[in-house]
Write a protein that binds this ligand. Structure first.
Ligand code: AKG
Ligand code: FE2
Length: 449
């Protein structure tokens, strides 16, 4: 296995795991907000407009699709900007596609920086509109119909999920005659944890050749022993090159459908993909997800055929993976910005029981990550940084000292390159890890079983 040379001790990653810092909206800021946002009917001069729906308490804002300045000015005027005290919030967003005359619906949830989220979503939708609409003889008509509609409402903490559902219903009734693409960026995430809740789905319109399946013969007893001893194991080329390529292509086709987590300490964009394990070859990423969900069983099988006890994390993961009542999701993550990273964290949080049973953070046992990064073969950036646990580190240091007295001390982490077809498995409850700054688009699929 090719690993990056251990870098310096990790300075820029503060040990901030999950942030729970979203401040509650104060009475004053609510007052300010309601004073500053008065209109009660849809005004449409300037291409901007606001509608407050008294019954649903949803505020709906229409923004021109082609004028960033106007959008910016309007959002500032309505005071949903990052400077204002961060209140929990929810919004959803629609744009109208010209040709098919369909609504594309994008959901975004946010507790912070609402304006930034809206702007990045509008930018993305504009880009998508540009690539999907052809030049038309009826440009005026397109302009008049192309605008973004944002519905949002400020909420007390804890009420977000319900509100999100309400906003969704509101959109359905008001606008959505048909929706061509559904993107669930952050699903039921309440925006306060690591943003990787397993919810929502991405339906991909592109059709693929029948994907090649991932390897079935995978683990040796050494791999299982490594997982037990170190808490993690790395396996290369678990997916044939052709299959990695198909997976990579599907990732790229979904690139503009992912949403930023907007959480301190991480810069990835996410989508949660529903995995149909009954129909593994439904799409290349479904192959990948099915494969990742099959790993706990494989680990246990290899253990029993080699007469070694399966690692505890694998046993617990198998139970979860094989419970057919639990929905199966995989997280698709894209690190796209220059220097995008994910600070050190542990995937498991015993206190986080949000979401449906079977996909809660407090239930995670085994983390399985598959990389699709064609073009990363020679890069030493965007490594998965695994911190060696103390016990192991002490052992390594002792050995090192035995070998070369006075030699350089062993670093306490290992950098693992996100190479295409590489699989990394680790104990979700034991392993502290992060993503070192990446300077090239980086794709990973993760399943927590
Ligand atoms: O993509 C990776 O290598 C790791 C990402 C990660 O740690 C996570 O999403 O929890
Ligand atoms: Fe993680």
């Amino acid at each position: 296995m090719r690993l990056c040379a251990p870098a310096r001790r990790l300075a820029p990653f503060p040990s901030s795991f999950t942030s729970n810092s979203s401040s509650r909206e104060t009475r004053e800021s609510r007052k300010r907000r309601s004073k500053s946002s008065s209109p009660s009917s849809f005004k449409d001069d300037d291409g901007c407009g606001v509608l407050d729906d008294d019954d649903s308490k949803v505020r709906c804002i229409a923004l021109p699709a082609d004028d960033d300045e106007k959008v910016d000015a309007f959002l500032s005027k309505t005071r949903i900007d990052a400077e204002e005290e961060d209140g929990p919030g929810t919004f959803a967003l629609l744009t109208r596609m010209k040709k098919e005359d369909e609504w594309t619906r994008v959901h975004v949830q946010s507790t912070k920086a609402l304006k930034r989220d809206i702007l990045s979503a509008t930018t993305m939708l504009k880009a998508r509109r540009r690539t999907t609409t052809t030049t038309s003889d009826d440009d005026t008509d397109e302009k008049s119909r192309s605008r973004f509609v944002v519905a949002y409402k400020q909420l007390p903490i804890g009420a977000r999920k319900k509100m999100f559902k309400d906003a969704e219903r509101y959109f359905e009734e008001r606008f959505a005659s048909s929706s061509s693409t559904t993107v669930a960026g952050r699903g039921e995430d309440d925006g306060e944890d690591d943003g990787s809740r397993d919810d929502g789905d991405v339906k991909n319109s592109k059709s693929f050749d029948t994907p090649t399946t991932a390897q079935t013969l995978l683990f040796s007893s050494e791999h299982v022993e490594q997982l037990e001893a170190f808490g993690f194991v790395v396996l290369d080329d678990v997916v044939p090159e052709q299959a990695v390529r198909q997976m990579y292509e599907q990732c790229e086709s979904l690139a503009d459908k992912l949403f930023p987590v907007n959480q301190e300490g991480r810069d990835d964009d996410l989508a949660s993909i529903k995995i149909d394990i009954e129909n593994p070859t439904a799409s290349p990423l479904n192959v990948a997800g099915t494969f990742l969900w099959s790993l706990p069983r494989k680990l246990c099988e290899v253990s029993s055929s080699s007469s070694i006890s399966p690692p505890k994390c694998a046993l617990a993961a198998r139970e979860r993976a094989e419970n057919t009542a639990y929905p199966k999701f995989a997280q698709l993550a894209k690190y796209d910005k220059q220097g995008a990273r994910y600070d050190p964290h542990v995937d498991y949080d015993p206190n986080n029981a949000e979401g449906p049973e079977g996909s809660r953070i407090c239930e995670r046992n085994l983390t399985a990550i598959l990389y699709f990064n064609l073009g990363y073969e020679t890069e030493a950036e965007g490594c998965l940084r695994v911190f060696l646990n103390q016990k192991q580190q002490e052992q390594d240091e002792e050995q090192e000292e035995d070998k070369e007295r006075g030699g350089e001390q062993q670093e306490n982490f290992l950098d693992i390159q996100p190479l295409p077809g590489r699989l990394v498995l680790f104990d979700s409850r034991r392993i502290l890890h992060g993503v070192a700054p990446s300077f090239k688009r980086r794709w990973a699929m993760t399943v927590w079983s």
